[in-house]
Design a protein around this ligand. Structure first.
Ligand SMILES: Nc1ncnc2c1ncn2[C@@H]1O[C@H](COP(=O)(O)OP(=O)(O)O)[C@@H](O)[C@H]1O
Ligand SMILES: [Mg+2]
Length: 709
């Protein structure tokens, strides 16, 4: 059943993909059309080159021996429409094609031909039909007789000057044809340049839009999407897959048209020049075409594998470099290096496979092409001597056969690129089709005026993955302006509660209310604007200190910026930096200590002047001395706003108005520090434990505490 579904799905999907891809190209259809027109012109210049050579060879280089018609000067009218006229020694000549049939006898029109024997050229009366070199006998009365094939012709020996006179026009033509050839080549290059730029521009513009749309979309996707998709994979999609699409738009489509025109053009010209030689060429070309496509399909498979490995390699790198701290901490470098080695090796092998196949097939295909040319020389040569085919045509054929290759190879290649692009497109569209899990409800109304900051969890049930309850029937109420703390073992669900307040995930049952309004009925922007969260891992963006605090929010004035920094006691440090607030962070900038990063994230939270401030283990990175500073800062920032603190160190939260003890997704105890201690329950045990630990730590290793992370 599955297989059938697959089969039924694929064609529909492909056509859908195509129509979506076309939709992106639609605004640029004029460019694409122009690209195709240019492609057509480029093909013309490509095909014109061998043709010009053929003309040069047949009509000029080898033209001296062509059958001619001659008339006396002044009677040129008899030759009208027969071709261009050569004037030599008071007579007018016209050259005819080598295989021309003698025209009907006409008064005053004579047949003439030039025959070269050794270094001598003779002008004979009549057309020499024999194939052997004629025998020459001198007539005592002057002139010569040439005998060949049982026929004899009267003739005269031409002086070098006379021969030159017959050649004169040819020499002129070489210049003309040479210039025309040059012009064609130049035009071809120019058109290719213009077309290349045009297509690049088109492709890049389309992809620019797609990438933009993709990124916009990505910023809206819910956290659960990012839980499912590692960042490395997403990066690969946004970069590699869009690049594959770029290829599709900028090269594949238009050049596909071009290749087809070239192939058809060559076939037409060949057939028109010589049917016999065309048939000969066609005997080899199908084999060539077959070989080419076979070869491309092997290569394609190899490249597909290579790309797969590459994207795995990329993800691995992205993931491991961002987790390098952990890797080093847990001394897992060796293991990671081994894994990388493995991936690296398979990538190497994949690359080697393609080049091995290349090294076998390319010469083989080259051989076939040359075989076709050898056949042409053999067969064509015979017929040139016959006089049934001109040398120029044989020569042009060798050129056209060579030219036939290029589009054939590139068609096979295009097929490959289209496949890649389709896969890329599919993945990109899949990403674009991913509905943001969390969206504004149609009934969402902005909150009126200032938030009071009352948060209420009402019988909340929540699971990241269906069936695995992380929060079970959690209820509590935080009054406006209160400071409330969550404690509990790792995995108890504290961070989850915080993510829910921000609505990074939607709950399955119950209700979360801000100022009495279910947060699902508050516009997301509106909700999140009122809440600032400080987490344990601080993410710093590339940029300076100021932009990392205000996160490009222009509403935050410099004064507010300084105020925020002062409140977390970072102002002195910042002032001591070379560029103050404009000091760059991270790459090519200064590195902050973990504690400083944490303080910076506090400043960030404060600068946004939230009504609700949430600290999720935000003080864990801070040493005891700095913590005193932060405690002090906390006191002042928590004034007048609802503050939610998750902390390991109970000392941090002792002054909270309410402490909620979480255990395995449930609220275990609730009350202030003294009430909870008096209950002698879970909190009490935790307190005792930490108290003892602290005492021990202080007595044995007084410095450990202040440097601990
Ligand atoms: N993004 C997530 N996807 C799936 N499970 C998660 C996710 N985040 C946390 N969990 C699980 O939810 C439970 C509660 O985690 P968390 O709220 O982070 O606990 P705490 O902050 O108290 O240590 C844990 O079992 C954890 O494995
Ligand atoms: Mg947590």
């Amino acid at each position: 059943m599955n297989i059938h579904q697959e089969r039924m799905r694929v064609p529909i999907k492909d056509s859908q993909l195509l129509s979506r891809l076309l939709a992106y190209a639609k605004p640029y259809w004029k460019m694409v059309l122009l690209g195709i027109v240019l492609a057509f012109l480029i093909v013309l210049t490509d095909l014109a080159r061998p043709y010009l050579l053929k003309v040069a060879i047949d009509d000029h280089i080898g033209a001296l021996h062509k059958p001619m018609l001659a008339v006396d000067a002044g009677r040129e009218d008899l030759l009208a429409g027969r071709g261009s006229i050569l004037e030599v020694d008071g007579k007018a000549y016209v050259r005819l094609p080598a295989d021309a049939a003698p025209p009907p006898e006409k008064e005053g029109v004579a047949q003439r031909q030039i025959v070269e024997i050794g270094d001598d050229a003779y002008l004979i009366e009549g057309w020499l039909k024999g194939k052997e070199t004629p025998a020459v006998t001198e007539n005592p009365a002057g002139g010569v007789t040439l005998a060949s094939g049982g026929q004899s012709y009267a003739g005269t020996l031409l002086s070098p000057e006379q021969t030159e006179a017959f050649r004169k026009e040819d020499r002129g033509s070489f210049v003309t044809i040479g210039l025309a050839f040059l012009a064609v080549v130049a035009a071809g290059s120019l058109l290719t340049y213009v077309q290349g730029n045009l297509l690049q521009y088109t492709g890049q513009s389309i992809i620019f839009n797609i990438r933009q749309q993709l990124f916009n979309h990505l910023t809206k996707l819910s956290m659960s999407y990012y839980d499912r998709n590692p960042a490395g994979r997403i990066v690969v999609r946004v970069t590699q897959d869009t690049e594959a699409l770029n290829q599709l738009y900028s090269q594949v489509v238009v050049n596909l048209v071009k290749d087809v025109i070239v192939l058809i053009g060559i076939l037409v010209i060949m057939l028109q020049m010589s049917v016999k030689l065309s048939l000969l060429a066609f005997a080899v070309l199908p084999v060539l075409a077959f070989m080419t496509f076979w070869y491309r399909s092997i290569i394609r498979e190899g490249q597909r594998k290579a790309r797969l490995i590459l994207s795995r390699l990329n993800s691995f790198l992205a993931e491991n470099l961002s987790g390098i701290r952990i890797t080093q901490l847990f001394i897992r470098e060796q293991r990671q290096v081994e894994q990388f080695d493995e991936l690296n090796h398979s990538y190497y092998r994949a690359g080697m496979f393609t080049s091995t196949v290349n090294s076998i097939f390319q010469p083989a295909i080259g051989f076939l092409g040359n075989l076709a040319i050898a056949l042409l020389i053999w067969y064509g040569g015979i017929h040139v001597i016959d006089g049934t085919i001109t040398f120029g045509i044989v020569f042009a054929f060798t050129q056209y056969i060579r030219q036939f290759f290029q589009p054939l190879l590139s068609l096979a290649e295009k097929y490959n690129q289209i496949q890649t692009a389709m896969v890329g497109a599919e993945r990109i569209f899949e990403m674009l089709d991913e509905k943001p899990g969390i969206v504004d409800s149609p009934m969402a109304r902005p909150l009126q005026g200032e938030t009071r900051g009352e948060i209420e969890f009402d019988h909340v049930w929540f699971a990241y993955n269906e069936g695995e309850w992380v929060l079970k029937d959690v209820s509590f109420k935080i009054e406006p302006g209160q400071t409330i703390a969550f404690v509990g073992a790792t995995g108890a669900g504290k961070s989850s509660i915080i993510q829910l307040i921000n609505r990074f995930y939607d709950i399955q049952q119950g209700s979360i209310r801000l100022d009495g309004v279910d947060i699902r009925e508050i516009p997301l922007d509106d909700l999140r604007r009122r809440i600032s969260v400080v987490q344990q891992d601080v993410f710093l963006f590339t940029g300076d200190i100021a932009s990392n605090i205000r996160l490009n929010n222009e509403d935050i004035s410099d004064r507010e910026l300084q105020e925020a920094a002062r409140m977390v006691h970072l102002d002195e440090f910042i002032r001591s930096q070379p560029d103050g607030f404009a000091t760059r962070l991270g790459e090519r900038g200064i590195t902050l200590s973990l504690g400083q990063r944490q303080l910076l994230s506090f400043a960030r939270a404060i600068a946004f002047k939230p009504q609700i401030l949430i600290l999720d283990e935000a003080t864990s990175n801070i040493d005891t001395e700095t913590e005193l500073v932060v405690q002090d800062a906390l006191q002042s920032i928590s004034k007048g706003r609802t503050t939610v603190i998750v902390a390991h160190r109970l000392s941090t939260i002792q002054h909270a108005d309410q402490i909620i003890v979480m255990h395995k997704g449930k609220v275990r105890e609730m009350g202030n520090h003294y009430q909870l201690l008096a209950r002698k329950g879970y909190y009490h045990r935790l307190f005792e434990l930490q108290y003892k630990e602290q005492a021990r730590a202080q007595s044995t290793a007084p410095h450990a505490q202040s440097t601990a992370r």
